[in-house]
Design a binder for this molecule. Structure first.
Ligand code: FES
Length: 195
């Protein structure tokens, strides 16, 4: 018998016909996860990934849509008797921020400018400039609000007169009750107001 014939007799692996092919097939079959189990594992993996992704994304989504969904409550605070706001005058006023924390101390005191147009019409301006927030001052002689930081100027009705501010002064919602002027301090005037 030639060497080649001996090799064919032994089989392709050369081990003498011990059944290597069958063993290899059996091993391969044993190593492969059955199809239903593999599908379950895949679904489980995708599910866990989805849960992990949702948990990670929740704070980000909350941060992005929180301001849009936030509801501000009306927190009316008194600015004082109507008699301290003479007709045609603009007066400085302060109130305690109703959203203050115990640690806020004096910083909870908030200032505003009150313009009394007549007995039943007021404008209450946030003290902060609409540019970068510096406190504006009222000048009676010129009847202008002026900002010391970058020269922003506003007319007495709060509209922008000159300088870098992109809009007029922010205003509080006000009402008269029991002979007193109140403002809704629960919602701070800010950029969410229409310009
Ligand atoms: S902060 Fe008032 S003009 Fe800039």
């Amino acid at each position: 018998m030639s060497e080649q014939e001996k090799q064919q007799e032994k089989g392709s692996c050369g081990c003498g016909g011990c059944g290597c092919e069958q063993k290899a097939k059996a091993a391969a079959t044993a190593g492969v996860t059955p199809a239903p189990r593999r599908g379950f594992m895949l679904k489980l993996g995708v599910g866990l990934l989805g849960i992990g992704g949702a948990i990670t994304a929740l704070p980000i989504v909350g941060y992005l849509i929180g301001p849009a969904t936030k509801r501000y409550s009306n927190l009316w605070v008194e600015l004082g008797e109507l008699s301290i706001f003479p007709h045609g005058a603009t007066r400085f006023a302060t109130f305690l921020n109703p959203i203050r924390q115990p640690t806020d101390g004096d910083s909870a005191k908030t200032a505003c400018w009150v313009r009394c147009i007549d007995a039943t019409h007021f404008q209450v301006f946030a003290i902060n400039c609409a540019h970068l927030g510096c406190p504006v001052r009222w000048f009676e002689q010129s009847k202008l609000f002026m900002c010391p930081c970058h020269g922003g100027v506003y007319y007495q009705d709060g509209t922008r007169a000159a300088g870098p501010p992109p809009r007029g002064l922010f205003e509080y919602v006000w009402k008269i009750e029991g002979g007193k002027l109140l403002i809704d301090a629960g919602r701070l005037p800010g950029l969410e107001e229409s310009t």
